[in-house]
Write a protein that binds this ligand. Sequence first.
Ligand code: ADP
Length: 244
Amino acid sequence: MSESPTLPHADQAVFAARGVRKTYVMGEVKVHALNGVDLDLWPGEFVVLLGPSGSGKSTLLNILGGLDAPTEGEVFYRGERLTAFSDSALTRYRREHVGFVFQFYNLIPSLTAKENVALITEIAPNPLDPVEALSLVNLGDRMDHFPSQLSGGEQQRVAIARAVSKRPDVLLCDEPTGALDVHTGVLVLEAIQRVNSELGSTTAVITHNAVIARMADRVIHISDGRIAGEERNEHKITASELEW
Ligand code: ADP
């Protein structure tokens, strides 16, 4: 648990980021990807991180997910100082608590949808059944198909089923509809929304598409590596009501 007096609610937040900076050094050039981010994410909420390309969204999500470490600042996960975790503790954290969904689905081509999900359920401590995970994303009738036999949107839903089959505490999605047309994008967002409401996983979705922000509980605007503002949607809409 955090002992910092400046973090009175750190034990309640799922994530508390404080003064997070990330600088990439490439030879003579320094890229300041994050310039001092303070952010809390709360249990069960659906947050959209909205900002233009290059604003630091992926860098922030990767730090929350334990894939990358900040140059400065601290991140607490449920009151524990993630930024002090050893490599093996970070691996355990990612394996047990975090579901990732990326723009490209990274499925294993020689395995069926069900087998792709089973890769995760076989090593998770308290998994969903692969069939249940695939049903959650409305792919109950496509379980024995190989990735090449599925559309892009269906492959992304397999990737979501795989990510959520471990019942993750947090689901982190980086431009999950970036490679999809509107119709299939909506089906993917419906699947993410369903996971958030039925499994209760705290969900963060990165996008540069402001329309998607309307389905969030809270929208966090990112610009130039900083949080430029945030708003709460009093009336969030379902993915099926989105139009872009
Ligand atoms: P976004 O997700 O909003 O598009 P990113 O977090 O990917 O933004 O990138 C933020 C900035 O950091 C960009 O200028 C990007 O070029 C830079 N950046 C990201 N990753 C690296 C890296 N591994 N090495 C160098 N620069 C990087």
